[in-house]
Design a protein around this ligand. Structure first.
Ligand code: GLU
Length: 309
């Protein structure tokens, strides 16, 4: 028995209820205009246990763009395509005290794979004959890890970000000037934004998280979908840098690997137990889903989920 399923289900219900008061706190992201085009009070949660059981609450069908959660997939693919040495010679592995798109997240290289500069770097490392093939491989990887089920490309979100993404363009040029990669803007930057625009629901992301919780093995077949060493690296980075510059703060109250995105998703991995994803688009000042954090904190406390508990 991984966790008493009935207890898990009851606790999830109780914790969600106890966070009702945060439903109207925080603000949706507006710097990508299309992200503001949502019902601000939506909430969804999915848990997929490593033995294949599922808990679904709230708006679990609703599709939202992955945003920064896509950086987990870019990191995995950069590792698979180049090996860990190559990746971490060109990207740092320490949490940055600066906002995810701040220019100070680059010194000689990006601070870590989960700030924008780091994800632009991992995106550049994904291999393929041309940019179309590289992006197709990226989509296929997400579909394979998430069990597919309607993973799609959100063109409106993509166009909206492409119109407003000058900061990321600047980061691209700084990285290229430092010799991190030598590729064209419309290859790397467009694919980075396209990756952020992949549409998923909480179930898709809880499934990806469950594969990571299961040591990279497919829940149904036991096939090794992600090499164990790369799972460890990815989870370590999610733990230290997954919640932007407040990663340390939330590791004290939640205590397991997390990755959030500015559309309102937070994907969490409780190793050996389950994958979880919350969705609630109102964010705190750092860009983390406010109610999502409250729910994860409540669950961690009630079920003793911190890896240090
Ligand atoms: N596409 C977003 C950006 O580059 C992702 C940010 C995020 O989710 O942290 O600004």
């Amino acid at each position: 028995m991984i966790l008493d399923f009935k207890l898990l289900n009851e606790t999830v219900e109780r914790v969600i209820e106890s966070t009702e008061e945060f439903k109207t706190e925080g603000n949706v992201a507006t710097y990508i205009p299309e992200l503001a085009n949502v019902d601000e009070n939506n909430f969804g949660l999915a848990i997929v246990t490593v033995d294949g059981k599922t808990i679904l609450k709230g708006d679990t069908e609703l599709r939202f763009s992955m945003q920064s959660i896509s950086k987990v997939i870019s990191l995995i693919m950069a590792l698979e395509d180049n090996g860990a040495d190559y990746v971490f010679e060109r990207i740092g592995c320490e949490c940055s005290p600066y906002a995810f798109n701040h220019v100070n997240t680059i010194t000689t290289k990006a601070a870590n794979p989960f700030v924008n500069a780091g994800a632009i770097s991992t995106t550049a490392m994904i291999k393929g004959r041309d940019k179309e093939e590289k992006f197709q491989r990226f989509m296929d990887r997400i579909k394979k890890l998430s069990g597919d089920q309607g993973v799609t490309f959100l063109e409106k979100v993509y166009n909206s970000e492409m119109e407003t993404t000058d900061t990321n363009r600047a980061l691209f040029y700084i990285l290229r000037s430092k010799g991190i990669f030598d590729l064209e803007m419309d290859d790397v930057l467009n694919r980075y934004v396209a990756g952020c625009s992949v549409g998923v629901n909480v179930v898709n992301l809880a499934k990806i998280a469950a594969v990571l919780a299961n040591g990279g093995k497919c829940l149904e077949t036991g096939d090794q979908l992600v090499e164990e060493d790369y799972v460890k690296i990815t989870l370590a980075q999610m733990f230290t840098s997954g919640m932007y510059e407040e990663s340390g703060k939330y590791q004290m109250t939640i205590g397991f690997p997390l990755k959030s995105g500015v559309s309102g998703g937070i994907m969490g991995v409780v190793p050996g137990k389950f994958g979880i994803c919350t969705y609630s688009p109102r964010l705190d000042a750092t860009g983390n889903s406010l109610r999502g954090i409250k729910v994860l904190e409540g669950l961690s406390k009630e079920l003793g989920l911190s890896l240090f508990a």
